[in-house]
Structure formats: structure tokens, C-alpha cells
Design a protein around this ligand. Structure first.
Ligand SMILES: CC(C)(COP(=O)(O)OP(=O)(O)OC[C@H]1O[C@@H](n2cnc3c(N)ncnc32)[C@H](O)[C@@H]1OP(=O)(O)O)[C@@H](O)C(=O)NCCC(=O)NCCS
Length: 143
């Protein structure tokens, strides 16, 4: 990774930039309910959140958020700002994330859209295997 970039832990003051990045990369659907309160709660529960910073402009240009439910880790909101994609920055950010995962000793899961070829290739190269024909289900609102 070039000296213009570094990976560091998320700070609450990053949140606006992070949300902009999520909106820009299609990761920030408001229905998902991801706000600063949720991020901070997951950190207290043993999760981790890294941002990739572009030194010359102090911009947050990448995010990687891992939550921990005590049984497994989940990788969420892994993304790189569009104008910085294709520079192998995702590979570096994923390496940092997986080094943390390995230290916890917990298995790590993620969800990725089947048409997101770039992300699938990246994850498979990093060692993730596809579990097959499982659907993903969620209750958004308890009525
Ligand atoms: C997925 C994403 C993080 C990849 O970021 P990136 O900066 O392009 O990735 P990198 O330059 O580090 O490349 C890493 C690997 O991704 C894969 N990749 C990148 N561009 C690719 C392309 N056009 N076609 C196929 N694979 C590609 C390759 O495996 C590549 O490694 P290689 O260059 O050695 O072959 C980025 O496209 C992104 O932020 N997308 C929007 C958000 C998103 O969909 N996140 C995943 C949610 S599950």
C-alpha cells in the first residue's frame, strides 16, 4: 500500500464521512438502521471497525466493520470509495480485518450479492468459501 494511505481504527468523528462513503458505494441503505449508536455498541461487544485514510486529504476512503456475537464474526460494510478502487487497497484493508479475525479464533461470515463479482473474487482469494444455496432472511420491523 502506498504511503499516501493508512489503516486505523474508526473514531466517532469519522461517522459523517463513513456514512457518505456507504451511500456512495451502495452500502448505506437507511432501512439497515446503521448509525453511530449501533457501531459503538458493536465495538463494546468485541467487534472492530477500520477505516482507510487518504493522508494528503484526510479523507476516509475505505471501511471494514466486523461485529462479534460471541459465536461468529460478521464482516459488514466493506467498501472503497469509487475513485480509489482498483488500487489494491481493498486487499490491504481485508488483510488487516482478517488478521484481527484470526486472533479472536472465531469463524467469520459475510453476505455478498451474487452479482457482485469484484467482491466475490476478493473474498474468495482471501479464503472465504461459498456456503451454497442458502437464502438470507430478516425481520426489519416487529409489528
Ligand atoms: C469490492 C471492492 C471493495 C473492491 O475494491 P477494489 O479497490 O476495487 O479492490 P482491489 O483493487 O483491492 O482489488 C482486490 C481484488 O478484487 C477483485 N477485483 C477488483 N476489481 C475487479 C474487477 N473489475 N473484476 C473482478 N475482480 C475484481 C480482484 O480479485 C482484485 O485482486 P487482483 O487485482 O489481484 O485480481 C469495491 O469494488 C467496492 O467498494 N465496491 C462497492 C461496495 C461493495 O460492493 N462492497 C462489498 C459488499 S459485500
Amino acid at each position: 500500500m502506498s504511503e499516501d494511505f493508512f489503516i486505523r481504527s474508526f473514531k466517532s468523528s469519522d461517522f459523517n464521512q463513513v456514512m457518505n462513503l456507504w451511500m456512495e458505494t451502495g452500502l448505506g441503505n437507511p432501512e439497515r438502521g446503521d448509525d453511530l449508536v449501533v457501531v459503538e455498541r458493536t465495538l463494546k461487544l468485541g467487534g472492530a471497525f477500520w477505516v482507510l485514510e487518504h493522508k494528503p486529504t484526510h479523507q476516509v476512503i475505505g471501511t471494514s466493520w466486523i461485529t462479534n456475537d460471541g459465536r461468529r464474526l460478521y464482516l459488514h460494510h466493506f467498501g472503497i470509495k469509487p475513485e480509489f478502487q482498483g488500487m489494491h487497497l481493498a486487499t490491504s484493508l481485508l488483510e488487516t480485518s482478517l488478521a484481527f479475525a484470526k486472533e479472536t479464533g472465531l469463524q467469520i461470515k459475510l453476505e455478498v450479492h451474487q452479482q457482485n463479482k469484484k467482491a466475490i473474487e476478493l473474498y474468495q482469494k482471501a479464503g472465504f468459501i461459498n456456503l451454497g444455496d442458502y437464502g438470507v432472511f430478516i425481520i426489519r420491523n416487529y409489528q
